[in-house]
Design a protein around this ligand. Structure first.
Ligand code: KG4
Ligand code: ZN
Length: 339
């Protein structure tokens, strides 16, 4: 029996709604998806303003749900399960998605399912044309998390290592801010880095030789701050581009080397990269080359699904249901876990 799952993502600054159908075998099928990014709205403030984010989710979420349903050619009543991002994320923003999901569930008399945002990212490569197979090592690199995991199946995750301070996305964003770049910093820094020479500045590669699979990016940020201060008032755009390129190279090298180490340690030959930083081209190039040299394969979500979206939440819910990992419930109490 197949189930129609509506998935809602509202943890930060993207509102996403998608419709997925479970299958007896194989990856669930994506039937429709709609996404609205709040980036333009927050750009004036240099970062996400939580209160504005929540209000915009309220405005967008129902029209987006209608759009996803229309794309799929389905009526609201056809939905079997309503899934939403339970966390982590901004509390107010999460509450909007959870509230809408539980209201829909109660109104339609359908069960609801709260999904972990990172599980959404982690499973998102299954929506690509050439999905991975279990088991694999996952490098999860978003704005709030940097983790290496061994993944043996849906719901079977073992943490191998993680950041002890800043996340990789945070390192990109904070360094971008120091370079006077706007929000979101990661893509802006990556664009500037295209014009720079990555060998110009010798920046630290924290924990590169620590022997474990943990990360640390706070020291790198301090080093970038020191260099950025020296450039203050300097009209030389090339120096900023060189610093951007050097920063990106430092982050990418640590991520790539530790990922390869995780493959060696686990003896696995598949690496899945997910989360916003997974969109970074330099990271992809380095991982592709390093994995190819080792006879391993790297899998990414489609570029559009690297950052937050509803499809990954609907998919994660569908895969949990399909795998019998979890049953949805009819407890319509709001349930969010911001941290
Ligand atoms: O997964 P995501 O959309 O949201 C969270 O769950 O955090 O990740 C957002 C993060 C931000 O830090 C953003 O700057 C970073 O991903 N990011 C990038 C790129 N695109 C997004 N970082 C480096 N290069 C990119 N091309
Ligand atoms: Zn995310």
């Amino acid at each position: 029996m197949s189930l129609l799952v509506l998935g809602i993502e509202s943890s930060c600054d993207e509102t996403g709604v998608a419709l997925v159908r479970t299958r007896e075998h194989g990856v669930p099928e994506l039937l429709g998806q709609a996404l609205h990014s709040q980036i333009a709205m927050h750009a004036d403030y240099g970062g996400v303003v939580p209160e504005l984010a929540s209000r915009d989710h309220i405005r967008r979420i129902i029209p987006l749900a209608n759009e996803a349903l229309a794309q799929a050619g389905k009526a609201l009543e056809a939905i079997d399960v309503v899934a939403y991002t339970r966390g982590p994320g901004l509390a107010g923003a999460l509450l909007v998605g959870a509230g809408v999901a539980c209201a829909l569930g109660a109104a339609l008399a359908r069960p609801v399912l709260g999904v972990h945002h990172l599980e959404g990212h982690l499973l998102s490569p299954f929506l690509s044309a050439d999905p991975p197979e279990f088991p694999f090592v996952a490098l999860l690199v978003s704005g709030g998390h940097t983790q290496l995991m061994r993944v043996d199946g849906v719901g079977r995750y073992r943490l191998l290592g993680e950041t002890i301070d800043d996340a990789a996305g945070e390192a990109f964003d904070k360094s971008a801010k120091l370079l006077g770049l706007g929000y979101p910093g990661g893509p802006a820094l990556a664009r500037l880095a295209d014009f720079g020479d990555a060998t110009t500045y010798k920046l630290p590669r924290p924990l590169l030789h620590s022997g474990d699979l943990d990360f640390s990016f706070a020291g790198l940020k301090t080093a970038v701050l020191t260099q950025a201060r020296k450039l203050e008032g300097s009209p030389c755009e090339q120096q900023r581009a060189d610093l951007a390129a050097s920063t990106q190279a430092a982050i990418v090298e640590v991520l790539a080397k530790k990922s390869l180490k995780a493959l060696a340690q686990t003896g696995l030959d598949r690496l899945v990269v997910a989360g916003g930083v997974g969109a970074n081209r330099a990271l992809r190039e380095q991982l592709n080359a390093a994995c190819a040299a080792r006879g391993a394969r790297v899998y990414y979500p489609e570029l559009a699904l690297c950052t937050d979206n509803g499809a990954m939440i609907a998919l994660a819910a569908a895969m949990r249901l399909q795998g019998g990992v979890e049953a949805p419930n009819r407890d319509y109490a709001f349930d969010v876990k911001p941290r």
